[in-house]
Design a binder for this molecule. Sequence first.
Ligand code: CA
Ligand code: CA
Ligand code: CA
Ligand code: CA
Ligand code: CA
Ligand code: CA
Ligand code: CA
Length: 669
Amino acid sequence: MAAHISLKGKRHACILFPFFAMWSSAWAVTRYSIPEEMKEGSVVANLAADLGIGVGSLAEREVKLDILHSKKYLDINKDTGELYIVEKIDREYICNIKTSSCFIKMDVTLENPIRIFNFEVEILDINDHAPHFRKETMHLDISESTAVGERFSLNNAVDPDYGSNSIKTYYLSESDNFVLDIQTGSDGSKYANLVLKKALDREEEAVHNLILTAVDGGVPARSGTASIIVRVLDVNDNAPQFEQHVYSVNVSENSPIGTPVLKLNASDLDEGPNADIVYSFTLYTSEKIQEMFSLNANTGEIKVKSVIDYEEIKTLEMHIQAHDKGTMIQLSGQCTVMVFVTDVNDNHPSITITSLKNTVKENVPVGTVIAHIAIRDRDSGNNGVIDINIDQQLPFALNKSSDNEFALIISEPLDREKVSEYDITFIVTDRGIPPLSDNETITLELLDINDNAPQFPKSFCTIPVLENNAPGSLLSSLSAFDPDLHENQYLVYFIIEKEIVNTSMSMLFSINPENGDLYAFNYEEVKMFLFRVQATDSGVTPLSSNMTVNVFILDENDNGPGILPPYSDQGSVNTESIPYSAEAGYFVAKIRAVDADSGYNALLSYHIAESKGSNLFRIGTSTGKIRTKRRMSDNDLRIHPLFILISDNGDPSLSSSLSIDVVALESKD
Ligand code: CA
Ligand code: CA
Ligand code: CA
Ligand code: CA
Ligand code: CA
Ligand code: CA
Ligand code: CA
């Protein structure tokens, strides 16, 4: 028979299953059941009542409680017979956690007569412990390549309570990738395993923070948590990727070596060596291009490595790959870099001259082509547009025949006698900034034609000849000038025949046909000759001109003055007398003379060359009249000898002289 006392209030306990021991004495064992953790003073049972002993006799019979335990958890109130809690009882402390039942055994002893009663107080478990993880944080490193279904054991939680108050199950915070698998051990304990439900992707989520909750079966249930930090280990499952498949970049030709062109920046979603990128040219990039550009394997920087010539290559294509340093497998990505070279004005324009005539006749018609000019510039755009010029002053012009081809033509009539040779300089300039230019000079020589007649300095020439000129002497040089060349200027001179009376001019004069020197043979009474001299050049079609020559015979001073009577010339003394009282200006005498020549040779002048004594007389230079200059005085001589000189104006002058003695008389009688 079992009795049950419900536990209500502190003074009630329950008595469960009183039964007798099967094996030993005749003493019955009384058992009570109480929950652990009851407060001190709580009544478990009334021993007096349960043993059928009067309360008053307890003290009298010296009731004694012996607890077979290290601590005195319980005691008897000798006045009431109640068994009560002295110290809180912790089931988990006094009993092995795993045992299903937990008892505190005790003996109650009474004297007079001695009686011993055995009691057992069963300590019932209450849910006074929450599940607890020894490690609050669990770290798991799981490769992202781990197969679905893989399991990872977790540290389990502990709960010292018994049975349903201990751990009942585990829960996992919400996760797309993981679920829990809960196993029950042979002792009923629960174990949790983490199971991969869906494949991991480190690049999507590198760390999974999970919460593991352990729940017991108590009412109400208690729980404990631990965090699980799953670190996803990288696998090289991403290839490096360029931002663009194709890059376009402009590079100026002749850029200095080292000029940056482009910095590639590929990315790899992996980490560590799996994301370490190495850049390189692929086999599709020509050797030539690899010589022109450098690629930094680590930084992806492309730089100019050698001179780039736009005239050689205008666009070029590089194929570049980026591969990672994955240990098991290396992955790579590709891109194309298009380089557009831009032109720089680095080529001078050039000139090519063909079909060049070095010589032309001076009468070449206007419009005649002298040369063909081709100009060229290897640059592009304005850097290759060329302007060509020649000196505007020159009688030449450039006619455009096609793009960059010209004909050099004669634009004005030429004359070798003015300019015999031309230096023609072509200047070509491109339109680059700054412009470049070049020049080329050709020489054009003009060939003579006989387009000039000989020219005498004057059309009329007068040659005076002295009358006594020796026959055969040179009279004059009548040379003409011809500005042409060679035979066109080789002149021949001759006298055009003209009859004078009965005499041919060629009998009187001769001319040197080569130089125009004119000679006289002889001439008689004729004083003047008029004839024409002609000069003819030796051109194929000879040209000529002539000059009128006037030769006249000049007088020569071959006669001296002749003194006319009454005076006579030197050697005889002539005498004149004047009164002593003659006034100044008194007429003394007139000397007369003649000259057989003509002109100056016959123009006479009179001088008193020598006068003794005082200077009393003067003579008219042209008249020959002798007069007194003043009145005479007593100091003057009576006789005055005068020496008169008469000269012509020839060159040299010829003269005659006479002497006159002038006698002063007291009276003219
Ligand atoms: Ca518990
Ligand atoms: Ca990866
Ligand atoms: Ca990678
Ligand atoms: Ca260029
Ligand atoms: Ca150029
Ligand atoms: Ca000429
Ligand atoms: Ca000539």
